[in-house]
Each structure stands twice: as structure tokens, then as C-alpha cells.
Design a protein around this ligand. Structure first.
Ligand SMILES: Cc1cc2nc3c(=O)[nH]c(=O)nc-3n(C[C@H](O)[C@H](O)[C@H](O)COP(=O)(O)OP(=O)(O)OC[C@H]3O[C@@H](n4cnc5c(N)ncnc54)[C@H](O)[C@@H]3O)c2cc1C
Length: 457
């Protein structure tokens, strides 16, 4: 195209875009009510599925083309799973659900009086019911240098960046003549995610990398967890925390407790007590907050920026507009985890059906099934809430098996279940495969410098 070629203009630029399915389902002569769901994560997918066969047309808008199973992202970051194992092509939903239309776009602003939202491509989309399930993002808490030098792990591309950097740094250390050159990883945050990353890194080191990198001195690959509070895993029972702490120590993970991170530098983490820890790679798993742009969506937010909803999942003061998952806060203030997002999304779907049929709305009655975290090969902790009884607290191999079963069953799509089971069984599973070869990251190709080849012009 030359400079003078006219810029292509979309015929509906700036106007309402018909993204929904206009063809009514059989037996519905009127155009069907339009449900717009923004965000195809746990909550958005649950809403869409709850509206399967409902007399509505659904438009699912996500800025990514896939759904991400975040609870296993750290396995991608540490070479245990492939990225495709934990992501699901959102347009794949259409294969089983014809009333959904998926578009790859980004919500920018909303006009709730006119019942419209604007996307980044400047198209306005009208809705009868709006469901906001756009999740949250990494919170660096304004820590100097954290955004520049620490690696967050909220998306598939971020997990891959961690994996690539692990291998780039290991190769660099292997080429170095200095004995103490190695890989010092600092994990910021001692919650379940931080512990799982640290455990997986320790697993990677002992099971796969030590034999693969004889050039690197054993002590030169360190894993440290920094936690502001005095204990890791504070949402778990003391017995489980103690077990996890011991298991991490046994696997050579050291804990720095009781001081937060004051600054992150290119090769160090500076703590609030003045201590400086050498860090070749800093992984940030310390907190989340809603995206700043939520402020432009015309929705009431609490002090932390989450969208205020009632127990019926409707946004305060906006009937017919719903929010669910990590981005929303209800009077019961549920944790920002997968189960509240899934159960909230299901109630949104039920309540849209109830509004269509003029029935009273359901309230979310959250069923807390429990929590778990894996530390490594046959070592995990799990707190399972049995109906009507005391929570069952288990550790070791039995907790690991429960963890494996729950995660495999929660994945979207049968292929992801099979490939993830194979990946995790390879990493953790069987005595005949105690030294699994990790899935290697991308390290820049070694090439000769570009030279001029006269023959090639
Ligand atoms: C590393 C990690 C590990 C975790 N481990 C666990 C665990 O072990 N157990 C557990 O229960 N929970 C875990 N969680 C938390 C859990 O993943 C979240 O609670 C859950 O994903 C929330 O679901 P959601 O639907 O609200 O948001 P998400 O699943 O984050 O989905 C939000 C979607 O909205 C899209 N989006 C965002 N902004 C826009 C926009 N402007 N326009 C269009 N689309 C947009 C995003 O692309 C995304 O697909 C973990 C989280 C992380 C990051």
C-alpha cells in the first residue's frame, strides 16, 4: 500500500455494532434479549454456560482469545506444563452453544442510561443485560522498581516470560567462569501462589536442572520467599502451615518473614528492614487489584476499586447490570478465588433467566468447598469442607492426589485435562520417571553477526 492509499474505513465505525445473533431461536418471533458478558474467565464462562438454551443472544467480549486457568500458570512458568494446557480457545464455546457470539475486544466505557458499552475499536454495543467479569490484575503496591524489574504471573504470556528468563539466566550462568554465578530467584509473597511457585522451582532444580547443568554449582541456584507477615499461607490452619514450612525447608527453599519489599532493583530485592537480597529473577505474587480503567465504566466502586454488587449479583443502583468474580465485591465479601467466581457467574445466569420470566432473583449462597496448595512431589496441603462436618485437613500424598483430581476436573475441555494430567504425572508422578526433563524456555538463538553476502543482493 502506498502513502496515498486511502485508509480503509469500517462501514459502521463509531456506530452501534450488531455483534449478537439476530436470528431468533426457533419459536421466538421477537429479537431475543441481548446479554453482553465482558470477560471470559471463570465467572464469565460460568454465566455463559448457565444461559445455554436460554432465549437470549449472548455476546462474550474478551481482550484475549482464550480463557486462562490461572491456578496452574506457575506450572507453565516453571516448565511443567505447556501454555495450551491451561488455556481454552473462547470461540470453541460456539461448538456446543449456538446462542453465544465471541468477540476479541476491550471494554473502554459504558453509558448505562442508553444501555450501551464502547469498545476499543470505537464500536458501541447495546445490551439488555450487562455482565462485567473482567477480573483483576497484579498489584505492585507502588513499590519502586517492582513494575520494571519484577516478573508478575497473571497471564499466559507473563508465565512464559518467567520460563524464558529462567533458562536465559541458567545458560548465562553455565557459560560464566565465576563459580558463584547462578540463578537466585526471589518470590515475593508467601500466599498459596508464592508457595506453589517456590515449590515448583525447587522441584525443577532438584529433579531436572542439577543434572542438566553440571557447570552450575549446586548452591548457586537458590529459591527464596519473601513475606511481609510473620507466616506463610496465613489463610490455612496452623497444622497445614507448619507442614508446608517444613516441606519447603526440606526442598531447600528459604523463607524471609516479617519484612516487606521496599524496592526491587535489576539484581536485588531491598526489604523494609534494610536487608538486600541478591535476585537474578524476582517473581511477584503479592497481591491483586482491579484494572484502573474500571473507573471509566460508570459503576460504583469500593475503596479498593472493586465493583459493588448486592447478594443477587446486580451492581448497586443498576438493575440488569451484573458483576461477578474477582472484580466484584458483595456484602458477604467473598475471597478472590475461582470458586466464588464460578458460583457467582452461575447465579448471574440464573438471575438473568429469572428477570426474563418475571421471577424473584436468587441470592448467592456461597459454598466454600475448601482450599489447597501444592508444594512439590507428593507434598500438598488441603482443607476440605465436608457438608455439615468439621473441615478435613490433610497433607502429603493424599492431599496431593486431591489437588491433582480437583485441578484436572476444573480445567476447561477434555484435551486440556488429558495433556495436563500427562504433564503433571511426568513432573511429579511416578518412580520410573524421577528425573523429568523440563519443558525448556526460549533462549535467543546463537548466530554469527550479520554479514553482507554479495551473492544474495
Ligand atoms: C497465578 C495465580 C494462581 C491462582 N491460583 C488459584 C488457586 O489455586 N485457586 C483458586 O481458587 N484461585 C486461584 N487464583 C485466583 C483465580 O484465578 C481468580 O480468582 C479467578 O481467575 C477469578 O475469575 P474471574 O472470572 O473473576 O477473572 P479472570 O479469570 O481473571 O478473567 C477475567 C477475564 O476478563 C478479561 N478482561 C479483562 N479486562 C477486560 C476488558 N477491559 N475488556 C475485555 N476483557 C477483559 C481477561 O482477559 C480475562 O479473560 C489464582 C490466580 C493467579 C493469578
Amino acid at each position: 500500500m502506498t502513502d496515498s492509499a486511502p485508509t480503509p474505513v469500517h462501514p459502521t465505525d463509531g456506530e452501534d455494532e450488531d455483534y449478537g445473533l439476530e436470528t431468533p431461536l426457533s419459536g421466538h418471533p421477537e429479537p431475543l434479549p441481548h446479554v453482553v458478558v465482558v470477560g471470559g474467565g471463570f465467572a464469565g464462562m460460568a454465566t455463559v454456560r448457565a444461559l445455554k438454551d436460554a432465549p437470549v443472544r449472548i455476546t462474550l467480549i474478551d481482550r484475549r482469545v482464550y480463557n486462562t486457568f490461572q491456578p496452574l500458570l506457575y506450572q507453565v512458568a516453571t516448565g511443567g506444563l505447556n501454555p495450551g494446557d491451561v488455556t481454552y480457545f473462547l470461540r470453541g464455546l460456539r461448538l456446543h452453544q449456538k446462542n453465544v457470539h465471541v468477540i476479541h475486544e476491550h471494554l473502554v466505557e459504558a453509558d448505562h442510561e442508553a444501555k450501551k458499552i464502547r469498545l476499543l475499536n470505537d464500536h458501541w454495543v447495546s445490551y439488555d443485560y450487562l455482565v462485567v467479569t473482567a477480573g483483576v490484575t497484579t498489584n505492585f503496591f507502588g513499590t519502586p522498581g517492582a513494575k520494571e524489574y519484577a516478573f508478575p504471573m497473571y497471564s499466559r504470556s507473563q508465565a512464559l516470560r518467567i520460563r524464558d528468563n529462567l533458562f536465559i539466566r541458567l545458560e548465562k550462568a553455565a557459560k560464566s567462569k565465576r563459580l558463584d554465578d547462578g540463578l537466585r530467584v526471589v518470590v515475593v509473597g508467601g500466599g498459596a501462589t508464592g508457595v506453589e511457585v517456590a515449590g515448583a522451582l525447587a522441584e525443577l532444580r532438584t529433579a531436572g536442572l542439577e543434572p542438566a547443568y553440571p557447570e552450575i554449582h549446586g548452591d548457586a541456584f537458590e529459591v527464596k520467599v519473601v513475606q511481609r507477615g510473620g507466616e506463610i499461607l496465613k489463610s490455612f490452619a496452623p497444622k497445614l502451615r507448619t507442614y508446608a514450612t517444613k516441606e519447603l525447608a526440606r526442598r531447600g527453599v528459604s523463607l524471609h518473614l516479617g519484612a516487606g519489599v521496599a524496592a526491587v532493583e535489576p539484581s536485588a530485592v531491598v526489604l523494609t528492614d534494610g536487608k538486600r537480597i541478591h535476585a537474578d529473577l524476582t517473581v511477584w505474587s503479592a497481591g491483586v487489584h482491579p484494572h484502573d480503567e474500571v473507573a471509566d465504566w460508570g459503576l460504583p466502586q469500593d475503596d479498593g476499586g472493586r465493583i459493588k454488587i448486592g447478594d443477587d449479583m446486580q451492581v448497586e443502583g443498576l438493575p440488569g447490570v451484573f458483576a461477578a468474580g474477582d472484580i466484584a465485591i458483595s456484602p458477604s465479601d467473598l475471597p478472590q478465588l475461582a470458586q466464588p467466581a464460578i458460583q457467582g457467574g452461575l447465579v448471574v445466569g440464573k438471575n438473568i433467566r429469572a428477570l426474563l420470566e418475571g421471577r424473584p432473583l436468587h441470592k448467592l449462597r456461597y459454598v466454600d468447598k475448601g482450599t489447597m496448595a501444592v508444594i512439590g512431589r507428593r507434598a500438598a496441603i488441603a482443607e476440605i469442607n465436608l457438608p455439615g462436618g468439621k473441615p478435613l485437613r490433610i497433607t502429603k500424598g493424599s492431599a496431593w492426589l486431591v489437588w491433582l483430581f480437583v485441578h484436572i476436573m476444573s480445567l476447561v475441555g477434555p484435551r486440556n485435562r488429558v495433556t495436563t494430567l500427562a504433564g503433571l504425572a511426568t513432573r511429579y508422578g511416578f518412580p520410573f520417571h524421577r528425573r523429568p526433563i523440563p519443558i525448556v524456555g526460549d533462549v535467543p538463538t546463537v548466530r554469527p553477526p550479520k554479514a553482507h553476502h554479495p551473492g544474495r543482493g
